[in-house]
Design a protein around this ligand. Structure first.
Ligand code: 5RP
Ligand code: FE2
Length: 220
């Protein structure tokens, strides 16, 4: 593995100034947009109109993380907006293979997320349907939580399976990523890192992104 991509989460940004908040992360590799519905997780953020507005002004690829019930019904509508990738939670999908195919058919990359306590093993045979696998390193719902080290073995197993597949599937982690945790996640095999509070709490978010990326690259 020779890459480390940093996707700041705008969950920790100033929602009254999202365009300006995008400019503050211009050194990033993508922007992570957390959509929460108050059902799949106990928090409510934003939906399609805001994703569409961000897409119009963002120079960075948009990575939509859907934390919503009934992903089969709603996720394709996000893919149709022209964003780079749409991530649905496997726990919220009745037919993840069909959904991943629909996302690709709608023109976006297809990504699937697992909560920290969801095993990756049942899904290894469908990795080829995905452009990215997201392993949550906190319980989804809120920014600013502590990184769960108990996910590290799952990251290692997913990395081995992705390498074995020979396919260019990204392995993203999300939650609690900071200067203190990014190296061990990278050593376990993650290559796309979502960081919300660590980036936006910094006085210089664009510099913090470079610091995090360099720390992750130290694992290679
Ligand atoms: O999906 C998420 C929460 O469900 C966020 O992307 C994540 O929590 C980022 O925030 P932080 O880096 O502060 O943990
Ligand atoms: Fe997220």
């Amino acid at each position: 593995m020779s890459t480390a991509r940093i996707h700041p989460s705008i969950l920790s940004a100033d929602f009254a100034n999202l365009e300006r908040e995008l400019q503050r992360i211009h050194t990033a590799d993508g922007v992570h947009v957390d959509v929460m519905d108050n059902h799949f997780v106990p928090n409510l953020t934003l939906g399609k109109p805001v994703v569409e507005a961000l897409h119009k002004v963002s120079e960075l690829p948009i990575d939509v993380h859907l934390m919503i019930e009934d992903a089969d019904r709603w996720a394709p509508e996000y893919a149709q907006l022209g964003v780079d990738s749409v991530t649905f939670h496997v726990e919220a999908s009745a037919a993840p293979i069909r959904l991943a195919r629909e996302l690709r058919a709608a023109g976006s990359k297809a990504a699937m997320a697992l909560r920290p306590a969801t095993s990756v093993e049942p899904y290894l045979d469908m990795l080829g349907e995905l452009d990215m696998l997201l392993l949550m390193t906190v319980e989804p719902g809120f920014g600013g939580q502590k990184f769960l080290d108990l996910v590290l073995p799952k990251i290692r197993r997913a990395r081995a399976a992705i390498d074995g597949s020979g396919k260019p599937i990204a392995l993203q982690i999300d939650g609690g990523v900071s200067r203190d945790t990014i190296l061990r996640a990278a050593e376990a095999g993650a290559d796309v890192f979502v960081a919300g509070s660590a980036v936006y709490a910094s006085p210089e978010p664009s510099v913090e992104i470079d610091v995090l990326r360099n720390l992750a690259l130290g694992a290679h």
